[in-house]
Design a protein around this ligand. Structure first.
Ligand code: ADP
Length: 383
């Protein structure tokens, strides 16, 4: 089993900087652990000690129970994939040969390695036509996918990822994060992922290790607990003033009520009769939302203005199986105050009210408090 353990690990660089102080941490095999914290607090140093790119000043690190200081570094690294921010691809080799690098090092024939590389490209969602390109001919997001493919090519049990998605734009970044979640659900690697972004950390991690100044571990816990019960003021501050709102992403919105929404197609807008303050959701032929109109918008269309200029852009949409954070955001970002829920195809299924979402949160919390009290009294009785 590819578990990783730090025992009393300290790293002081030759210039006297202590990057990591007395780190004790046990990372379970198959878990997705995120090292998170502000810049300069020892995350990368801690990660690079796992594959012996950096040697600790004190303490021990074991991988699968074996003290890594006794393992040949080359052999150690064959079992540990490594992904870095820039992708770290070799510029003068094709995508295919970049991905085939490690299998070749492991003694596979070039032919077998290339065949395996093509399969890994499929796995990370890259079109095989890209295999013959050079890294500079790919977008940033594609380069990152190749970086992940290369790290996975030799099927190592452990994957180290150092700010892998920091250099790509937010939309591509979300795609890559979703891809990573999908991959991990399939592969069950032991993943250690470094980021300074708390949102990325809570999205991806099943455990967060929050690092603070001087490389001191502040909290090691499930993401929802880091948000709801920060261990130190530093963690509370780092998790942000809106951590209560972030915590909603761990709550189910299954019980939220969907209300009927008044909708109209573009052609119907000019014929609408709206009272002041009322809103109608404009939808396309497949009932996908286009935007909202109120009485001013309808009058604008009648006066010959384009529909696009008369509509208010919609808020975020509430997807199937969405969480309370998505539900509340849909409601409060909507110009009408009603959040729009959609199905898999993007068609409108109903509307959400912010007040009801807050009530649902209150009910969930009351239920949890009742559970906690019951356990408390049961424990008391048992004594
Ligand atoms: P993070 O990944 O959290 O940004 P790092 O592990 O990169 O943090 O760095 C932790 C601290 O160690 C920082 O103060 C950094 O400047 C310092 N540091 C990192 N690498 C070296 C080095 N090779 N020599 C001296 N100091 C270093």
């Amino acid at each position: 089993m590819a578990d990783i353990e730090f025992r009393g690990v300290t790293k002081t660089y030759p210039d006297g900087t202590t990057a990591v102080t007395g780190l004790d941490l046990r990372i379970d095999a198959g878990s997705f652990t995120v090292f998170v914290g502000p810049s300069g607090c020892g995350k990368t140093t801690s990660m690079r000690m796992i594959n012996r790119m950096i040697t600790p000043t004190a303490g021990t690190i074991t991988v699968a129970g074996e003290d890594i200081s006794t393992v040949n570094p080359v052999r150690l690294r064959l079992g540990i994939g490594y992904v870095i921010q820039s992708g770290g691809l070799l510029p003068h080799r094709t995508v295919l040969d970049n991905v085939a690098t490690v299998p070749v090092l492991r003694g596979h024939t070039r032919r077998a390695a290339r065949r395996a590389a093509l399969e890994v490209l499929d796995r990370v969602g890259l079109d095989r036509v890209l295999a013959q390109r050079y890294p500079a001919q790919l977008s940033g997001g594609q380069q990152q996918r190749v970086g992940v493919a290369r790290a996975l090519a030799a099927d190592p049990p452990i994957l180290l990822m150092d700010e892998p998605f920091s250099a790509v734009d937010p939309v591509v970044r979300e795609e890559l994060q979703a891809e990573m979640q999908r991959l991990q659900a399939e592969l069950h690697k032991t993943i250690v992922f470094v980021t300074h972004d708390i949102d990325e950390a809570i999205k991806l991690g099943d455990r967060l290790a929050v690092f603070g100044r001087g490389g001191v571990l502040q909290q090691y816990d499930r993401p929802e607990r880091v948000l709801s019960e920060p261990a130190t003021d530093f963690v509370a501050d780092f998790a942000g003033r809106d951590r209560g709102y972030r915590g909603l992403s761990f709550r189910s919105a299954d019980d939220v009520v969907l209300h009927e929404i008044r909708t109209a197609t573009a052609a119907e807008v000019s014929g609408l009769h709206l009272e002041a303050g009322a809103w109608v959701l404009v939808v396309d032929a497949a009932r996908r939302p286009l935007g909202w109109v109120d009485v001013t918008g309808v009058e604008g269309v009648r006066a010959g203005r384009a529909l696009g200029e008369s509509m208010s852009a919609g808020g975020s949409l509430f997807p199937p199986g969405g969480d309370l954070r998505q539900a509340l955001d849909a409601a409060i970002s909507s110009p009408s105050g009603t959040g729009v829920a959609v199905d898999e195809s993007g068609a409108v299924t109903g509307g959400l009210f912010a007040t009801e979402i807050i009530e649902l949160l209150a009910r969930q919390r009351a239920g949890e408090n009742a559970d906690r009290n019951r356990h408390f009294f049961e424990t008391e009785d048992a004594r």
